[in-house]
Design a protein around this ligand. Structure first.
Ligand SMILES: CC(C)(COP(=O)(O)OP(=O)(O)OC[C@H]1O[C@@H](n2cnc3c(N)ncnc32)[C@H](O)[C@@H]1OP(=O)(O)O)[C@@H](O)C(=O)NCCC(=O)NCCS
Length: 404
């Protein structure tokens, strides 16, 4: 890939080779605080579905890096090819000099070439990513509830619970996928980064419980871990609790209540619109942790074509996209929505102008046109444009449960 020069040094931007792995470990482990651990035998930064781009100084020292993850996320009932960005680091002494920008813009070009149309990431700070066109669209939240309040949820007598066995895992995956398909942003848990089989999935948790209907069908599941101790600090952490029926959801929640005497706190990963919330009182829970995530449109026509749209909305809007980091997106387009399909056709008047951050927030349905106008990310156009844009991507609150 290309090179770049500041006032003193030239940097070469390229894929990591086998010789660069120790440098990648050292840079990443120092930045993210696991430098007390030795590099595991045979550790490599890159594996199928993971590609690292590095910036090297003239002496061959790795000074910045970023990872592209090959993943797909659900938007409007369709899988959108995504570049999940991770492991972004610049050497401490060289921060603030453009090296993060250098590797991330290189990564965007690479991701587009391999077919990614959007990019997502979990940010430790939004500032560098905003400067490059990503915008915060959601957060991965764990909520803490006193376990005793879950004991007051009434189980459905027609639903039975049992520990999951390997043969249940395909049904569990399908339950997750049914929830993901109707979401804005949930991860597709398959592809090159999801290579583990049923045994690996079950081994990740202290417990995976399935809820079974009277007819014997698996209608829900919960994946959970029991923390240490049994005093007031005792905790249960639940990653997924998904029921396809209210009976399955209630019965799984009630089971958690059975831990009240030894794990007084239950921490559950819940999206903003999770149906489990209908059985819980907001006042009982508090946010235990909140990890924001960001989105960027990598290939604007590709991203519009890839996601699902409402079959009940048709219309057109003339847009102009500005984009310094992904110049292939720049220009005037007509957005056309027709019976569940959409396209960005080059041309039109370019009346309504969107910044990359505005485009990202609109695409995810994370901000209304009015919010985008008032934050300076949408200008021009008419009230009709706004009404159309708002309806086009209105949908579930963006949710992403899989940290990377
Ligand atoms: C985050 C990090 C990779 C940024 O790398 P960097 O080389 O310092 O970034 P750059 O100098 O290329 O800056 C890129 C853009 O972000 C902006 N930016 C970077 N850090 C910023 C900050 N702390 N506050 C405001 N803006 C910032 C820059 O102004 C620049 O925008 P511009 O080109 O439009 O002026 C680096 O600070 C780092 O390694 N931090 C520790 C590890 C970390 O937090 N990684 C991110 C994990 S999500």
């Amino acid at each position: 890939m290309g090179g770049w020069q500041d006032d003193r040094v030239t940097f070469d931007v390229r894929a990591l080779t086998a010789q660069d792995q120790k440098q990648a470990w050292d840079l990443g482990s120092l930045a993210f605080g696991y430098h007390d651990r030795p590099m595991p035998e045979g550790w490599v930064s890159d594996s199928p579905g993971r590609y690292t781009l590095g910036a090297f100084d003239e002496g061959g020292r790795l000074v910045a890096k970023a990872v592209d993850r090959v993943q797909e996320q659900w938007f409007g009932g369709r899988l959108v090819p995504t570049s999940g960005v991770a492991g972004v680091v610049t050497a401490p002494e060289l921060r603030g000099r453009g090296l993060g920008r250098l590797v991330l813009t290189g990564l965007l070009a690479y991701a587009r070439e391999r077919g990614a149309v959007i990019s997502t990431l979990f940010d430790t700070t939004p500032l560098p990513y905003r400067a490059l066109g990503w915008e915060e669209v959601g957060s991965l939240d764990y909520h803490a509830f006193p376990t005793r309040v879950l004991a007051s949820v009434r189980p459905d007598p027609a639903v039975t619970l049992r520990p999951a066995v390997a043969a249940d895992v395909p049904a569990i995956q399908e339950i997750y996928r049914r929830a993901a398909r109707t979401s804005t942003g949930l991860m597709e848990r398959s592809g090159p980064l999801y290579t583990g089989g049923p045994a690996e999935f079950l081994a990740e948790y202290n417990g995976v419980t399935v809820a079974v209907s009277a007819s014997g069908a698996v209608e829900g599941y919960a994946s959970w871990d029991r923390g240490p101790g049994y005093d007031s600090d005792g905790k249960l952490t639940v990653d997924d609790l998904i029921g396809l029926t209210s009976g399955a959801t209630a019965t799984l929640l009630a089971m958690l209540g059975g831990w009240a005497s030894v794990a007084p706190t239950t921490i559950i990963r819940l999206g903003a619109a999770d149906p489990a919330r209908s059985l819980l009182a907001k006042v009982d829970g508090k946010v235990e942790s909140s990890q924001p995530w960001m989105l960027r449109v990598v290939d604007a026509p590709g991203a519009v074509a890839a996601r699902g749209w409402s079959r009940y909305i048709s219309g057109e809007a003339d847009l102009e996209l500005v984009d310094a980091e992904c110049p292939w997106n720049v220009g005037a387009y007509r957005l056309v929505l027709d019976k569940g399909e959409a396209r960005l056709e080059p041309g039109g008047t370019g009346a309504a102008r969107l910044t990359p951050r505005g485009l990202a927030a609109w695409y995810a349905g994370a901000a209304t046109p009015d919010q985008l106008r008032r934050s300076g990310h949408l200008t021009g156009g008419t009230p009709d444009t706004d009404a159309f844009l708002q309806t086009a991507t209105a949908g579930p609150i963006p949710t992403l449960h899989d940290y990377f």
